[in-house]
Design a protein around this ligand. Structure first.
Ligand SMILES: [Fe+2]
Ligand SMILES: [Fe+2]
Length: 182
């Protein structure tokens, strides 16, 4: 009797997503370290928290694959791209990473729909809602960085933005707090 309730294509796509979430986590770690090197403690903490958030997404998908009788393959994680040149590039990297992640998730949603795998389709709803929140936050931060002077931001503006982000990170919703029906 077949006990794996995932189609091979969906199992592969979910495994790829596990690796992508791990990669996202590495990107945020890299940005956190870059911010620390540049005396941006608020940004650094924010990125560290976000890195942990991506690990949480990864863990949830692992659990789901296992629950459905699928097999999880832990793959190598690519090295993140070069460190940003300035704070604006840092937030640009965040936004790009989130959009990339959303697009990958949309493909899996589509696949689950085509497979008529309603359990996976339903499971992915929280991740879609989560991505919507994360894109919103990433865009807000990018816009604030633009407003504060973009790539040519002064040290004073950097100081203020860093302070603002230190507070933003405190209200950042975790995956469990996101209501998929909201
Ligand atoms: Fe994620
Ligand atoms: Fe994310």
């Amino acid at each position: 009797m077949k006990t794996n309730r995932l189609s091979p294509a969906l199992e592969k796509a979910l495994n790829d997503q596990i690796t992508l979430e791990a990669y996202s986590s590495q990107v945020y770690l890299m940005l956190s370290c870059w911010a620390d090197e540049n005396y941006l403690d608020g940004v650094s903490k924010f990125m560290m928290k976000h890195s942990a958030e991506e690990r949480l997404h990864m863990a949830k998908i692992i659990e789901y694959v296992q629950e459905r009788g699928g097999v999880v393959e832990i793959e190598a994680i690519d090295k993140p791209a070069e460190k940003p040149a300035n704070i604006y590039e840092c937030f640009e990297a965040v936004y790009k990473q989130e959009v990339l992640n959303t697009e990958a998730i949309y493909k899996i949603v589509k696949l689950s729909f085509d497979d008529q795998d309603w359990a996976t389709w339903n499971f992915l709803h929280w991740l879609v809602a989560e991505q919507r929140e994360e894109e919103k936050l990433a865009l807000e931060l990018l816009e604030k960085a633009k407003l504060a002077g973009g790539a040519k931001m002064t040290d004073t503006a950097k100081f203020e933005l860093n302070k603002l982000i230190a507070n933003t990170s405190q209200s950042f919703p975790t995956a469990d707090e996101v209501d998929p029906l909201a």
